[in-house]
Design a binder for this molecule. Structure first.
Ligand code: PMP
Length: 354
């Protein structure tokens, strides 16, 4: 730390992204990326846009915003396109949270929420999940704080019903409720259909998972036009050109290739159910994940041991040190070949430790 760092930032503990090691070629199942390449249409559009990089990108992201609005059946004014969904989550903390309007989220959830809260000097409370890692909806009723919920949740993959989400929205009319739908395409029901009914709802989404564009950094928010307008105030006060033109074009290409996305989602869901079945047979207990990952604990080997042994064998999964989940690993669902390698390496490890 330099002597120049602002006192406001001295205690900031940044988010730790999943490893992207370069020492050898791993079967990479640690950051919930898609195993499939982006759509050919996305790649072609991005390449065309590269030739126009002398110009600033469209600050309104007009064409892509229209396409997202069309996909979700909402108005143009209900959508804001951002640099990954991380950016819109940060915008939400910046726009709606402060010392008088603090934040709450589950104790086990996407690790960036607490970092964004700290970054923006927002007080927050982490509400413990139940022992089975599900959310106790009662804990979120009438709490008078801004609520951040990932649905499906990460790293558990568990989902909340729209009925429960509505209860939370209804009982907190003075606060915003952010439903982070990074993984919704793999299971669960989107809350976008509720934005006209609840002015306090912000739904966030991403192209990083089901649309294979994690490296392009493309996310979006869908909400009432009033909330989107507030978020735009933040965007135009930080970085009006927040999404680069290659990414914007790639996003348009991806949305013109929905059949490709649907095929990939179908394969991930099939592979997920296969992995769940195989892991159960090998002595693991798992949450009922609806996302593109599973969350699994072995009945004998520790979470850390499995993580380290898989790593030695060239398979990367995500292990968290947090005590409540330290016996678990979050394993991204890959393609068929990666899935087979994962299962065979786990079988090897179990054989070796007999
Ligand atoms: N929300 C959740 C629950 C996530 O797990 C992630 C990243 N893996 C994000 C949001 C952010 O994704 P991105 O910035 O790539 O859109």
């Amino acid at each position: 730390m330099s002597e120049y760092l602002s006192y406001k930032r001295k205690n900031l503990v940044p988010y730790t992204p999943g490893e992207q090691p370069k020492d050898m070629k791993y079967v990479k199942l640690n950051t919930n990326e898609s195993p499939f390449p982006p759509s050919k249409k996305a790649v072609k559009k991005a390449a065309e846009a590269a030739g126009r990089l002398n110009l600033y990108s469209d600050p309104e992201c007009r064409e892509l915003t229209l396409k997202i609005a069309e996909l979700y059946g909402v108005e143009y004014s209900n959508v804001l396109v951002t640099n990954g969904s991380d950016e819109i989550l940060n915008f939400a903390f910046m726009a709606f949270c402060d010392d008088k309007s603090p934040a709450v989220f589950p104790d086990i959830t996407y690790g960036f929420y607490s970092v964004f809260a700290d970054l923006n000097l927002v007080p927050y409370e982490e509400i413990p999940l139940k022992d089975d890692f599900s959310i106790n909806v009662e804990d979120y009723l009438n709490i008078n704080k801004n609520i951040f919920i990932a649905n499906p949740n990460a790293p558990t993959g568990l989902i909340l019903s729209l009925e429960d989400i509505e209860k939370i929205l209804k009982s907190n009319p003075k606060n915003i409720v952010v439903i982070d739908e990074a993984y919704i395409d793999f299971g669960g029901e989107s809350a976008v259909c509720l934005i006209d009914k609840y002015k306090n709802l912000l739904v966030t989404g991403t192209f990083s998972k089901s649309r294979s564009m994690a490296g392009a950094r493309l996310g979006f928010g869908i909400a009432s036009s009033e909330l989107i307008s507030d978020l735009n105030t933040i965007k135009y006060s930080t970085n009006p050109y927040n999404v680069n033109s290659m990414t914007l074009s790639a996003g348009i290409g991806a949305l013109e290739d929905e059949d490709y996305t649907k095929r990939n989602i179908k394969e991930i869901i099939e592979n997920r159910e296969y992995v769940k079945k195989e892991l159960k047979a090998l002595g693991f207990s798992l949450t009922d994940s609806y996302a593109n990952f599973v969350f699994a604990k072995h009945n004998i080997l520790s979470g850390k041991e499995i993580y380290l042994k898989l790593r030695q064998k060239g398979v990367l999964v995500r292990h968290f040190e947090k005590e409540k989940i330290s016996q678990y690993n979050r394993i991204t669902i890959g393609n068929k070949e990666q899935t087979e390698i994962l299962i065979s390496k786990i079988k090897e490890i179990l054989e070796e430790t007999k």
